[in-house]
Write a protein that binds this ligand. Structure first.
Ligand code: MG
Length: 154
């Protein structure tokens, strides 16, 4: 067995790009700034998977200097990460995710997020949302942070 953790954080964008989390487009909310679609959940899960498999990190595989990943669908990046992990001889056992933000509320989107992520990783995925209680940059609603833990089995 191998365990991996992933972390990601993105600030809210000033333009009108859509908010996408775990592949779910959430209407009426500010989008996140980033080279790709800035899907912080997909990025954190990708990093946890790469870490668990000893395959480095998302920046090595999908550099934000590469125009190929400009506005990229991060669920597509996650799909490629899962393929790398499976090619290295691992199976995903489960994924647990914590999304930390003042908004949007995660609970109404939890089932869709879990379904999207589960379909890509092929394992049970649990998504939890929590607020930062007004503390720090996340508490001031300047962005969204995400933590992910993944277990792999041989
Ligand atoms: Mg990111």
């Amino acid at each position: 067995m191998r365990i991996g953790q992933g972390f990601d954080i993105h600030r809210f964008a000033d333009d009108d790009r859509p908010l996408v989390l775990a592949g779910v487009r959430i209407a009426g909310e500010r989008g996140l700034q980033g080279h790709s679609d800035a899907d912080a959940i997909a990025h954190a899960v990708s990093d946890a998977l790469l870490g668990a498999a000893g395959l480095g990190d998302i920046g090595q595989h999908f550099p934000d200097t590469d125009p190929q990943w400009k506005d990229a669908d991060s669920m597509h990046i996650l799909r490629q990460v899962v393929a790398k992990v499976i090619a290295a001889g691992w199976h995903v056992a489960n994924v647990d995710v914590n999304v930390i933000c003042e908004r949007p509320k995660i609970a109404p989107h939890r089932d869709a997020m879990q379904a999207n992520l589960g379909a890509v990783v092929g394992a049970p995925v649990n998504v939890k949302g929590r607020r930062a209680e007004g503390l720090g940059s996340i508490g001031r609603a300047e962005g969204i942070a995400c933590l992910a833990v993944v277990l792999l089995t041989a």
